[in-house]
Design a protein around this ligand. Structure first.
Ligand code: WTA
Length: 663
């Protein structure tokens, strides 16, 4: 599609309507012909012997020592992959490419918010990673020591992750949008020895201090002995002698060479905290050999990635698992060229993504449904300003995609020629689990289609039996290489959360799903108390605990409510201390309070003042009923409530607010 030729207005609506009538989209013939995988037999081959299939992909990596056994399932659910093998993730992402003579290849076309550009090559990354690894080693950091990373979307975040991987220090990256107190909590839980951060971060033309905010809690975290600070926004910050180091000075002072440590295949690569159903986030632990095998194979085959010619762009933040797997480890293990953008999708203007696709000749673009819905709202004129003809494949992740957004993406961004891969997976699974193979699988808007070869998924009822085509619970029947190995220092919670409902060999996903007559999977959403806001996982308990920590709040219950823009939005039912009624000023205060405690993304969109909350006789809040109220549904069973009157009062309040909104 050339600039200016995208359909718009009525014509666009008409085309969208037509495409919505189309049930399935076959891979375009030309795409299929050139695809890395185009023979459906690959599914059968993988299913016959999944362990062998994965071993074949592991062989694509560099190993210092071969493994003795591909899968050790003797202590399920504590699975081990590639037992006895030794490798290094940083070696696989850097050294082997440099040795193969492609050191000059661009790993990242980085673009700053104000239009700055930096092309970071594999050789350049290799150089910086070795120096930072040495600087960390000089500070006594070695295998097994956790290093926190709290950085904006700048190339240094990749250097930091790979430097940790190089010396076997598991990293613990915290999304830049999380508040300092969330960082503190995550550092505390993981007993981090060092933290790599920045002076400040830029967001939409403004600069926000980072290091000073971090300083506020460092005094309470004696485990952190080293703080490395990237001079990002050129801000003056206080540096504590003996503890804090400037990143650029540390690199300059460090030795240039640092050999990658041969690490056990099961050596921890990283911990990444994600929300579960309690207020305490879960530290998802990923290890080296299996994870790298899984992310490399899925990057290659789900995105049909040809590193010599493709330019890949995953628009996620590195602070999420999507960034770990599909900005850093997957693409780099494959030797790909990627785009990395520092800023927001609407800054400096709403066409920035398409401008950068044009500028760098992006061929594969991977984003979240919520972002696509924003783009849809902003209108087709923004993408129409740019030449998007290099794009050949589009992907989505993070939440179910509504067919209209899928069709818009396919039509307006992909010019009808790009297959759309809807990829289902989780922080826990490490890599993509259910997704089309773009040269083989016919897609259906809204379905992630079928499991990746070697993966066995099923939808079951409460008893664990096949649910047929009825809605049920998604489970994974067989271990896969990138699966989480544990929850950081919490094996009991690991077993309880994932491997207890249906026994120790069936992974309980926590999503509801159904299969259609063709065996396609339609993931519906979470079945636990996890809310998915714009593809970001938050637990109701986490938000509740932030709200009740406000001195004026007596009690709060939080639910996820269907939302046109963000998929789900946070709705909080709040009871204030004393006889106080709430007002707009109080709503603003509470939102600000939650932003401070967790981050802006956790701010409730809606606050309903409640004199009381619906509780069972044993005092458990019945969120199910609050969800019914918020969605305007017929109320479910209320007979177990301690005080059934509470519901009618709440219903009136919610209805009154709805009238206000309509007026
Ligand atoms: C949801 C993000 C439907 C799901 C990689 C899952 C999806 C949770 C999809 C994991 C998809 C992710 N279709 N739902 N394609 N992808 N989800 O850990 O509920 O941040 O359990 O990992 O997001 O979110 P997480």
């Amino acid at each position: 599609m050339k600039a200016g030729t995208a359909p718009s207005g009525e014509e666009l609506e008409k085309q969208i309507e037509q495409l919505l009538d189309q049930e399935r989209f076959d891979p375009p013939a030309k795409f299929a012909e050139n695809a890395l995988l185009n023979d459906p037999k690959v599914y059968e081959q993988a299913a016959e012997d999944p362990v062998k299939w994965w071993a074949g992909h592991a062989e694509d990596l560099h190993w210092f020592e071969d493994w003795d056994e591909v899968l050790d399932d003797s202590q399920a659910p504590f699975y081990k992959w590639f037992r006895g093998g030794k490798l290094n993730a940083s070696y696989n992402c850097l050294d082997r490419h440099v040795e193969a003579g492609i050191g000059d290849r661009v790993a990242f076309h980085w673009r700053g918010e104000e239009g700055e550009e930096r092309d970071v090559t594999y050789a350049g990354l290799h150089r910086d990673v070795q120096r930072l690894a040495n600087a960390l080693k000089d500070r006594g950091i070695g295998p097994g020591d956790v290093v926190g990373i709290y950085l904006p979307m700048i190339p240094e975040v990749v250097v930091a992750m790979l430097a940790c991987a190089r010396i076997g220090a598991p990293h613990n990256v915290v999304f830049g949008g999380f508040s300092p107190s969330s960082v503190k909590e995550r550092m505390e839980f993981s007993e981090a020895k060092a933290l790599i951060t920045a002076d400040a971060a830029r967001r939409k033309g403004k600069t926000a201090p980072v290091k000073p905010a971090v300083d506020d809690f460092l005094g309470e975290l004696p485990s952190i002995e080293t703080v490395v600070v990237v001079k990002n926004a050129g801000e003056d910050v206080a540096m504590t002698e003996g503890r804090d180091l400037w990143y650029h000075e540390a690199l300059e002072a460090a030795d240039a060479e640092c050999a990658a440590e041969p690490l056990d295949a099961e050596h921890p690569l990283y911990v990444l905290y994600t929300s579960g159903s309690t207020a305490k986030p879960k530290g998802i632990l990923h290890t080296t050999g299996g994870y790298l095998t899984g992310v490399a194979a899925t990057t290659r085959y789900v995105f049909d990635l040809k590193p010599e010619t493709d330019v890949f762009w995953c628009s996620a933040d590195v602070g999420w698992v999507t960034g770990h797997s599909y900005i850093v480890y997957g693409p780099l293990a494959c030797g790909a060229t990627s785009v990395m953008y520092e800023g927001a999708p609407d800054y400096p203007d709403k066409d920035i993504w398409w401008k950068l696709c044009d500028r760098y000749g992006v061929t594969i673009f991977y984003t979240a449904p919520t972002a696509i819905r924003s783009c849809m709202k902003w209108g087709a004129d923004y993408p129409a300003r740019h030449d998007l003809s290099t794009l050949r494949l589009l992907g989505t992740v993070g939440e179910p995609i509504n067919p209209k957004a899928w069709v818009w993406y396919h039509l307006v961004i992909g010019g009808r020629r790009c297959p759309v891969v809807d990829t289902w997976w989780q922080t826990e699974t490490g890599h993509i689990m259910i997704a089309p193979l773009p040269g083989i699988t016919a897609t259906k808007p809204g379905s992630a289609t079928t499991p990746f070869p070697g993966i066995e998924a099923e939808v079951v009822d409460e008893e664990g039996d096949d649910a047929g085509t009825a809605q049920g619970l998604l489970v994974l029947r067989k271990p896969w290489p990138g699966m989480l190995r544990n929850l950081y220092k919490d094996p009991d919670r690991f077993k309880e959360t994932y491997f207890s409902k249906f026994g120790p060999t069936t992974y309980f996903v926590g999503d509801a799903a159904r299969r259609d007559d063709d065996g396609y999977f339609w993931v519906i959403g979470r079945v636990d108390d996890v809310i998915n806001v714009s593809g970001h996982r938050l637990s109701t308990a986490e938000v509740e605990s932030a709200i009740v920590s406000h001195p004026k709040v007596a009690e709060a219950a939080v639910i996820g409510q269907t939302d046109e823009d963000s998929g789900q939005a946070i709705c909080a039912f709040v009871t204030l201390e004393g006889e106080r009624g709430g007002d707009d000023e109080m709503v603003a205060q509470l939102r600000e309070h939650v932003a401070k405690r967790i981050g802006k993304l956790a701010r409730p969109k809606r606050v309903v003042w409640a004199d009381d909350l619906p509780k069972t006789r044993s005092g458990k809040i019945m969120r199910r009923l609050l969800r019914d109220i918020a969605e305007g549904r017929e109320l479910g069973d209320v007979t177990t409530l301690r005080d059934p009157d509470v519901m009618s009062q709440l219903e009136e309040k919610v209805a009154a607010r709805r009238d206000e909104a309509d007026a």
